[in-house]
Design a protein around this ligand. Structure first.
Ligand code: ADP
Ligand code: MG
Length: 548
């Protein structure tokens, strides 16, 4: 898009269209409305939202991305804000409310400047200059560490706003264990594929029954009652083909003329299964996890050999089992050699709630692990699942980057101060916009204070005074209802999350500011609303700025 050159539209009469200041104003209002709606959820003392859909299903959440996903949003620019939360969530897993609240404030401050007659191009330029400067400071202010204690604090900070209540410490330990288990190192670079941490939930029990499994839980029982319920020192075979005889597609008729042949026929079938089980036995496997079906007769022989078997294991579970136990997935039973087997200290059938599940535990060096969430009701376990997934992502990111920032609004207060002095050095028309950016950063400590029931104005004044005194890590000590050192308090946010939140907030607010014309367009296949067409690039934005 070239600035200054607007395409000429020749519209049919009656086409809905909003132009210039008017379009800008309604766009900003819509975006601000979304930000305002979730502002009260920010931080540990933030409130929850209850979302009720047209058929009465309820979601209770404190998570920005979840709330916005569930909200029925209509206005195109409001949708753009929702997209920011989604992209933040996909990219880094946390900081969604922060990104949206910042975007709302950047627009609100821009509105003030627009009313003073500052052109939107000047504002977007100023915002861009400010965000580049801010990223530099963030890098400088970041603290380097990736030890377990740090990771634990990262998890606790991410969990603190959620409905995990007093159990945050407990969950934080589970998360750190899980992330450490799946972390791999190559050429000195740590990487964490959080997809290898399976998070399952099962209603019932107490939240403290939630457990970390050094291996995997499969939501399946053993196929035969006579099989052992516990296998110690498990040697595990993973097979992705059926232990069944394929049924023919067309109905086949077998004519047996001699009565003695009936027995032959049945024996032959039975021998086929006996052979299959013989091959499993020969490999010395004592556990068989099969992705497909296992015939009744095969089940019988397996039970007779004391082999624990599960059928119809999900493909994704098979892949994780291979990573957890070190087994190779085989298709042909002839390939089932001792070296293809995986191992675990124990394979066990346990009753969880009303269901029987298979626990594969005590894997020596598992590259895939499991967290099984328990809790009273569906709402509880679902919100814990969302919270743990957030925490897993941020701990994973910190394990990879080894860099974090003081939270509780400390970093935003510091940025506000630094960017203000940067604005003075820039001068010119952009100075006002850069100052507006600095002011916008203060919305984070301000909202955290407000949500904690503290006086936002006084708190902000005190906080600014500390930062003037070079106390860069001072933020809102929510539990103490005062300001305090966030580094000492262990309130940590990953550098990557903060960076991404600020970048996406600037990206979406400048994008909205640049729109001066909203025209109802013809319905085109693939885009369901006028806003959707322009959103194509938003989902994948990795923090890069749109070309100017
Ligand atoms: P987001 O969706 O942006 O992650 P949250 O509701 O999780 O929103 O709130 C995150 C903010 O709360 C961060 O700025 C973080 O530093 C802050 N925060 C978390 N725990 C504390 C705490 N104990 N004291 C002060 N601030 C906290
Ligand atoms: Mg959060």
């Amino acid at each position: 898009m070239l600035s200054g050159q607007m395409p000429i539209f020749v519209l049919k009469e009656g086409t809905s269209r909003e132009q210039g200041k008017n379009a800008q104003k309604t766009n900003i209002e819509a975006a601000k409305a979304i930000a305002d709606a979730i502002r009260t959820t920010l931080g540990p003392k933030g409130m929850d939202k209850m979302l009720v859909d047209s058929i009465g299903d309820i979601v209770i959440s404190n998570d920005g991305a979840t709330i916005l996903k569930e909200m029925d949003v209509d206005h195109p620019t409001a949708k753009m804000i929702v997209e920011v939360a989604k992209s933040q969530d996909t990219a880094v897993g946390d900081g969604t409310t922060t990104a949206v609240v910042l975007a709302g404030e950047l627009l609100k401050q821009a509105e003030v400047l627009l009313e003073q007659g500052v052109h939107s191009t000047v504002i977007t330029n100023g915002y861009r200059m400010a965000v580049n400067e801010a990223k530099k400071y963030l890098g400088e202010l970041a603290i380097s560490a990736d030890d377990d204690k740090t990771l634990r604090q990262i998890a606790i900070t991410a969990l603190s706003g959620k409905n995990t209540g007093t159990s945050s410490d407990f969950y934080a330990d589970l998360v750190v264990k899980a992330v450490n288990a799946v972390a791999t190192e190559r050429n000195g670079k740590v990487s964490v594929d959080t997809a290898n941490i399976k998070v399952d939930k099962k209603n019932g029990g107490s939240v403290t029954d939630t457990q970390f499994i050094n291996g995997l839980v499969i939501d399946k029982e053993k196929v035969h009652a006579k099989m052992p319920s516990v296998v110690k020192n498990a040697r595990i075979a993973l097979v992705d083909s059926a232990l069944e005889i394929k049924k023919t597609e067309i109905e086949a008729k077998i004519q047996i003329t001699d009565p003695s042949k009936i027995q032959d026929f049945m024996t032959q079938e039975s021998d086929t299964f006996k052979n299959m089980v013989e091959k499993v036995k020969k490999s010395k496997a004592n556990v068989l996890l099969c992705q497909k079906g296992i015939d009744d007769i095969a089940q019988h022989y397996l039970a007779k050999e004391g082999i624990y078997a599960v059928r119809r294991v999900k493909k994704s579970d098979m892949e994780k089992l291979a990573k957890a136990t070190g087994a190779k997935i085989v298709t042909n039973l002839d390939d089932l050699t001792a070296s293809a087997l995986g191992s675990a200290e124990m394979v066990e059938e346990k009753k969880i709630g009303d269901d029987r599940m298979t626990f594969v535990t005590g894997c020596a060096n598992p590259k895939a692990v499991n967290i099984l969430i328990r809790g009273g009701t569906d709402h509880v376990v679902s919100e814990i699942e969302r919270s743990l997934n957030d925490a897993i992502r941020v701990v994973g990111i910190t394990k990879e980057d080894g860099k974090f920032l003081p939270g509780g609004g400390a970093i935003e207060a510091e940025l506000a101060m630094k960017i203000r002095s940067f604005a003075n050095s820039v001068g010119g028309r952009e100075q006002l916009a850069i100052e507006a950016f600095a002011k916008s950063m203060e919305i984070i400590p301000r909202t955290l204070a407000e949500n904690a029931g503290m006086d936002p104005i006084n708190t902000l004044i005190q906080l600014k005074a500390e930062h003037e005194k070079n106390h860069a890590t001072f933020g809102i000590d929510i539990n103490g209802n005062k300001i305090g050192d966030m580094k000492a308090a262990g309130v940590y946010d990953p550098l990557r999350v903060k960076k991404h939140a600020i970048e996406s907030a600037v990206e979406v607010s400048t994008m909205i500011l640049r729109i001066d014309d909203v025209i109802a367009s013809k319905k085109s296949s693939g885009s369901e609303s006028p806003g959707a067409g322009g959103m194509g690039g938003m989902g994948g934005m990795g923090g890069g700025m749109p070309p100017y």
